[in-house]
Design a protein around this ligand. Structure first.
Ligand code: GTP
Ligand code: MG
Length: 206
């Protein structure tokens, strides 16, 4: 997902109101992975705003969000317009989580991304724009490349930075991953929500 100028806004009109329902939380192999419907997966460090992003895009309080990191432990499937799924993966890298729990989550994410059962149309890697790219994110991009999953970066919590700070932060991310498109985003202030929704809905055939 590269070379599309997000500053120009939406090139097509995705519906803003679609029916979205929680389908299932899975911890391993499940028929939902093989039902033929496309998936868009959301990954990122714990607390970066994966669930908030899904809620902003689907316009409903579907995904559980929390001020306490590590809340999303299962792989949660949300069915969108009956056409495909938004997949909320557990957050990684929460420092205070016990080692055993961290390892479990790491394996769980790896299973989804590299286990050969799921083929997401795109992996939406969410960063906290104030923190930038971490080693966990680098690992994830490496896995995505190996598995040939397309990646889209969302620099979330952009509302927390001034224009100057934001420019610097986005330049750092672009330096690190020049081949991956990065969109500044705010789940809470709804910045670029319409643009991202339109892009992702298109991938689900909506
Ligand atoms: N200022 C600001 N806060 C945000 C934004 N997105 C999420 N948050 C806040 O960040 C916290 C974590 O959000 P979640 O959506 O639960 O994060 P998550 O990545 O799903 O977390 P885990 O499931 O624990 O991995 C909550 O307090 C949100 O309100 C944003 O765009 N701007
Ligand atoms: Mg979550």
């Amino acid at each position: 997902m590269k070379n599309e100028n997000h500053k120009k806004g939406n090139s097509r009109h995705a519906p803003t109101q679609v029916r979205a329902v929680f389908a299932r939380g899975i911890r391993g192999s499940d028929p939902i992975l093989h039902d033929g419907k496309p998936q868009v997966a959301f990954v990122g460090r714990s607390n970066v705003g994966k669930s908030s992003t899904i809620n902003a895009l689907l316009g409903a309080g579907l995904a559980r969000t929390s001020a306490t990191p590590g809340k999303t432990q299962e792989i949660n499937f949300f069915e969108v317009a009956g056409k495909g799924y938004f997949v909320d993966l557990p957050g990684y890298g929460y420092a205070k989580m016990p080692e055993k729990e961290k390892e479990k989550i790491r394996k769980h994410i790896l299973w989804y991304l590299a286990g050969g059962e799921a083929r997401p149309k795109v992996l939406v890697l969410i960063l906290d724009v104030r923190v930038g790219v971490t080693d966990h994110d680098r690992d994830l991009v490496r896995i995505a490349r190996d598995e040939k999953h397309p990646v889209l970066l969302l620099a979330n919590k952009a509302d927390k930075l001034t224009k100057n700070e934001r420019g610097t932060a986005l330049a750092c991310i672009a330096d690190e991953f020049p081949e991956i498109e990065c969109i500044p985003f705010s789940a809470t202030k709804k910045e670029n929500v319409g643009l991202v929704r339109s892009r992702l809905f298109q991938l689900l055939g909506i």
